[in-house]
Design a protein around this ligand. Structure first.
Ligand SMILES: [Zn+2]
Length: 241
């Protein structure tokens, strides 16, 4: 007679295979084990590193003084496989992929000297996902930046800020196609500090899916500065120069 947990485990595996048929979402090879959505090969080799020299910014990025580092894992490939993956997280409900990429990003952060110093410093740190407007979050069902932050958290142990700490107070238009100037003015005042106490005196690691011109991050950092954090930096899955 089979024990109950074996029967349950078989049922779970069957259900999982139905949802995730064990095919890598990037290369389509049937080599993915368990709940992984990307195969180990793609995680290591399919995308270009955005910060190959592991310095405190990706090449060409000039940060405002309020941010101490900007780290991105991969270089954005317009029209390519990475763009498709990131699109799937946002619009096709593949939230799990956001978590999985967040885990990978967390590991890369530990291997980047410009960031790992903060992780090893013992200072009080907090991951702050770039908030979505509540209406957009309702439509999408989740905030992809939160899922990425949860992945980073599971690897680094840094807690994720409660989504009540800072909010998106304006429903901003999508920024695709905007000039840098238009992006900055579109984002100015888009965020509202809700809980200063939760953020004060901590090192805040801002989390988003893609870093493009930095307009969104800079607007959020400007807002968070009012809570007097110990310092701030930004980490993303991709950098789109
Ligand atoms: Zn693959």
């Amino acid at each position: 007679m089979r024990v109950l947990h074996e029967i349950v485990s078989e049922a779970v595996t069957g259900f999982r295979n139905l949802l995730f048929p064990g095919v890598c979402l990037s290369c389509g090879q049937p080599s993915v084990e368990g709940l992984e959505l990307l195969c180990p090969f793609c995680k290591e080799n399919s995308f270009d590193e955005a910060n190959p020299f592991r310095t405190n910014t990706c090449p060409g990025v000039i940060l405002p003084a309020i941010l101490e580092y900007q780290f991105a894992m991969w270089r954005y490939d317009k029209g390519g496989s990475l763009q498709r993956l990131l699109h799937n997280i946002k619009y096709n409900g593949l939230g799990r992929l956001g978590f999985e990429l967040g885990c990978l990003l967390g590991e890369r952060l530990r291997n980047c000297p410009a960031v790992s110093g903060y992780l090893n410093s013992g200072m009080s740190m907090l991951l702050v996902p770039v908030p979505l407007h509540p209406r957009r979050k309702r439509m999408r069902g989740f905030n992809q930046a939160e899922l990425i932050a949860m992945g980073i958290s599971s690897v680094t142990g840094i807690p994720v800020a409660d989504d009540t700490a800072v909010s998106r107070s304006r429903y901003t238009r999508t920024q695709t196609g905007f000039s840098l100037l238009a992006r900055n003015s579109n984002m100015a005042g888009a965020f509202q500090l809700e809980d200063e106490q939760a953020l004060a005196g901590k090192h805040l690691m801002l989390v988003d899916d893609v870093f493009t011109t930095g307009a969104t991050t800079y607007a959020l950092a400007t807002c968070l500065r009012e809570a007097a954090p110990e310092g701030m930096g930004v980490v993303t899955i991709a950098y789109a120069p």
